[in-house]
Design a protein around this ligand. Structure first.
Ligand code: PHE
Length: 358
């Protein structure tokens, strides 16, 4: 094991990582199982390429840890885990299908050590494909048996978070006259842009895919911001909805926004960045809380709730949770991330309320 990997694993407090090399595609599958205190480890499957394999492993570890806290903070009885499928070359459609087939077998062999759903680089269709081969796919409608797209629920949760943040900062949750810069308008950022426009906000769209950015801007009456200007364009709310770690020692000192609230996982370069934001007076909605809408939907579906209105009502609950965290942070003169960690830790110490099984 390389020194880097040793350090990475030694600094991680999770249960373990199941590593599998897929021969036919040369892809590496890392199933990171962080914690099962509250229930079966459950998290998305991410598929992309990384500069190095260690980067893929590191992302799996951090995301799995984030999932433990996410389930805890919303008090839904699952544990933390995540799969990263690190691609080493581009795959054709047939090869990709083969890889998914073998991944389904792998999940079957793991026999409930880990359950999964959609994440960056995988689609609702992929999950439907997997669910025909393994029962360890979640987010399935209990009435129709079809896989539900968590994206819009995550976006709805981010909206609730943005409102809570505005309420905390301005004393009003009103979105009119407010500008929201959405970095990455994919499965979550896309619906978030639409919801924001419907609520009367000024939408700024930023995406590495120029055509996609232009299309969403047209649809929402918004403006396009060049990809490299995401963290330098003035706005009220910066919503990172794509890649990790856009908030770091380089970008924070000049960040021209008042609020950060977006759906990306692991938005901070390092934990200290929460302090950097706090010191600059930027209100940070902790990533794993404000993006928990999809997870809340998964919890509801697993409980047998299929009604869209009821699921949305539960997702709206993030407004109250975030308001409480912001107030706690203000009272303690600390970053909201601290308050969120405390809340998650308290639930983990308490232990499971009721178990949900497949
Ligand atoms: N990938 C999303 C997230 O990180 C949605 C998801 C939630 C997927 C729970 C699987 C399990 O929140």
């Amino acid at each position: 094991m390389s020194r880097f990997t040793q350090k990475l694993m030694a600094a991680w407090d999770g249960l373990g990582v199941f590593t599998h090399h897929d021969g036919p595609t040369d892809a590496w599958i890392f199933v990171a199982v962080h914690d099962d205190t509250l229930g079966m480890p459950l998290g998305g499957t991410r598929m992309r390429s990384y500069p190095t394999l260690e980067d893929g492993l590191e992302e799996a570890l951090r995301l799995a840890e984030g999932m433990t806290r996410k389930w805890a903070v919303i008090d839904v009885p699952f544990g933390g885990g995540k799969t990263v499928i690190a691609l080493t070359r581009e795959l054709g459609e047939v090869e990709r299908t083969g890889l998914l087939e073998r991944y389904a077998e792998l999940l079957n062999s793991l026999g409930g050590l880990f359950g999964t759903g959609e994440d960056l680089g995988t689609t609702t269709r992929d999950m439907a494909f997997l669910s025909e081969r393994t029962k360890w796919v979640f987010g399935i409608d209990p009435l129709t048996g079809k896989v539900r797209d968590p994206g819009p629920y995550t976006a709805l949760g981010v909206m609730a978070g943005i409102r809570a943040a505005l309420e905390h900062v301005d004393g009003s949750a009103e979105l009119r006259e407010r500008s929201i810069l959405i970095q990455g308008v994919g499965d979550v950022g896309g619906p978030l842009a639409r919801f924001s426009a419907e609520a009367g906000a000024r939408v700024l769209v930023c995406d590495t895919d120029e055509e996609r950015a232009a299309a969403v801007a047209r649809e929402t009456g918004g403006e396009v911001v060049p990809p490299d200007a995401a963290c330098t364009t003035p706005c009220d709310v910066y919503a990172p909805c794509a890649i990790a770690a856009t908030l770091n020692a380089d970008t924070i000192p000049a960040l021209p926004c008042r609020i950060v609230a977006g759906s990306a996982n692991t938005q901070l370069g390092e934990p200290k960045d929460a302090e950097r934001l706090h010191a600059r007076g930027v209100l940070y909605a902790p990533d794993y809380v404000v993006n928990a809408g999809g997870a809340i939907a998964f919890g509801a579906l697993a409980e047998g709730v299929s009604d869209d209105l009821e699921i949305r009502r539960r997702v709206e609950g993030l407004h109250e949770i975030l308001l409480e965290l912001f107030e706690e942070a203000r009272a303690g003169e600390e970053s909201p991330l601290h308050a969120a960690h405390r809340r998650a830790d308290a639930v983990l110490r308490r232990g499971p309320r009721q178990a949900v099984t497949a």
